[in-house]
Write a protein that binds this ligand. Structure first.
Ligand code: GUN
Ligand code: FE
Length: 436
């Protein structure tokens, strides 16, 4: 990793804890070798010689982390929003993903996606690609050039999908996965782009495939991402497919693919019951809360308050194209909004999320996965400016959002979360490197 040493000066805000923001007006944020060395109201002499970028009057925030996104679905955002999950997969997601068998199409589509993401507030993203090895490599190459940090999964699917988007059998799917991991070893290792095992969800992966992926996970010590308890018909289907499993989560756990030794992100968990949530907690499985997708695919409202109360590690996901917006600022506001509806309509005893909690989820909550996923090198968590965190930062010009009076840094942050767009971002750093 390129070593970066510099100082940013401005109005700084980040999550000190899940429930508390730390703000520091007109202060100094020091980056040393790509990691934060801390926030200081006046500059300690030890750092006096470092180059300083003066962003006086602007906000400096941690970069945002999207822990669940489907890269090939960027192209059809906003289509099929009148459908529920299983119809939407068949009518929109699968036919579109099949197009990525064409490397030229993949290059064009993924090129646009990566350019879009460079302009936005997210600095780290966990992607599902497609089952195609060449297209997945194209995505990884483009991401590596972008400077963003990402986890990318070649998707595994060997059953219950159309012929145009299904691997022949477990052996073919596992073979393609090994081929993909071999290509990464040959082309890389990449500095900012890492593989993550990605069985699509239980309905699209046979037991033989899950066994083969378990062996690959053990050999390569890879993290894993998938979907869990998103939609009621999906859950019923999993019950039929796995009659011996005590829950949807158990259908992964029986193959050692649910946390514990396998750092894991499960998207949605809308309908996870007490037992499944307890299984997640006990194995430190991350919940990727994707509120906009919950709305668009009529999935339900994930119990985010319960995730937090139980101590389930939780981050936010766009779930593009279930969600249409890539910005995790939008996911924060949607998370707060749906939590209020959940309290009104479903669970009176579950308090709505606060801005502090939603901001934590979209920064440190998801950013901590990068420190616990067993990634190579010295990879640490991100999402905080406490010393030792990897230095992902946004500089935001919020002049057009602030009323014509002097507002606190905290109030300005609230406005930025709800009102800012890509045009407000004046600089973006990932691991201390500027993104241009
Ligand atoms: N479950 C299996 N595949 C998908 C997908 O592409 N999107 C969502 N939201 N859920 C899924
Ligand atoms: Fe998804």
């Amino acid at each position: 990793m390129e070593s970066r040493n510099f100082i940013l000066k401005g109005d700084i805000a980040y999550s000190k804890t899940q429930t508390r923001l730390l703000t520091s007006e007109n202060s100094y944020l020091v980056c040393e070798k790509g990691k934060s060395a801390g926030v200081f109201p006046s500059l300690p002499p030890a750092f006096a010689g470092l180059p300083l970028a003066d962003y006086t009057g602007k906000l400096i925030l941690p970069g945002l982390t999207d822990i669940h996104m489907h890269a090939p679905q960027f192209t059809f955002r906003s289509l099929g929003m009148d459908l529920e999950l299983l119809e939407w997969l068949n009518r929109h997601a699968f036919p579109e993903e099949a197009k990525y068998g064409d490397a030229e199409y993949a290059h064009l589509a993924y090129g646009r996606l990566v350019e879009h993401l460079k302009q936005g507030p997210n600095t780290r993203i966990c992607f599902f690609a497609t089952l195609h090895v060449p297209a997945t490599m194209i995505l990884m190459e483009l991401l590596e050039k972008s400077g963003l940090v990402s986890l990318v999964g070649k998707v595994n699917m060997d059953r219950n999908s159309p012929d145009i988007l299904r691997e022949a059998d477990a052996e073919a799917s596992a073979g393609a996965t090994r081929e993909w991991l071999g290509a990464i070893e040959k082309n890389g290792p990449y500095k900012n782009t890492y593989p993550i095992l990605t069985p699509r969800f239980i309905p699209s992966c046979s037991d033989d495939l899950m066994r083969a992926l378990s062996a690959i996970q053990k050999q390569y010590a890879l993290p894993l991402q998938s979907h869990l308890s998103e939609n009621q018909r999906e859950i019923e289907w999993v019950r039929e497919l796995c009659p011996a499993s005590s829950s949807y989560g158990n259908a992964y756990a029986q193959f050692d693919l649910f946390g514990a030794q396998t750092p894991t992100i499960m998207a949605h968990c809308v309908w996870s019951d007490k037992k499944e949530l307890e299984l997640m907690r006990s194995r430190s499985v991350y919940a990727a809360h994707c509120p906009q997708s919950n709305i668009n695919l009529s999935s339900g409202i994930a119990p985010a308050r319960r995730f937090l109360e139980l101590g389930i590690p939780t981050g936010l996901g766009s779930d593009v194209a279930g969600g249409v917006h890539t910005s995790i600022f939008r996911a924060m506001t949607d998370a707060i909004g749906v939590s209020k509806l959940r309290q009104c309509l479903i669970a009176k005893d579950e308090a709505p999320l606060t801005l502090e909690e939603a901001f934590w989820m979209g920064t440190l909550g998801g950013g901590s996965f990068f420190g616990s996923a067993g990634l190579p090198g010295n990879t640490a968590a991100t999402g905080s400016f406490d010393p030792g965190y990897e230095f992902d930062a946004l500089v935001i010009d919020d002049a057009n959002l602030t009323a014509p009076f002097r507002a606190s840094v905290e109030e300005r942050l609230r406005r930025v979360v709800y009102l800012s767009d890509d045009r407000n971002i004046v600089a973006k750093y990932v691991r201390g490197n500027p993104i241009k």
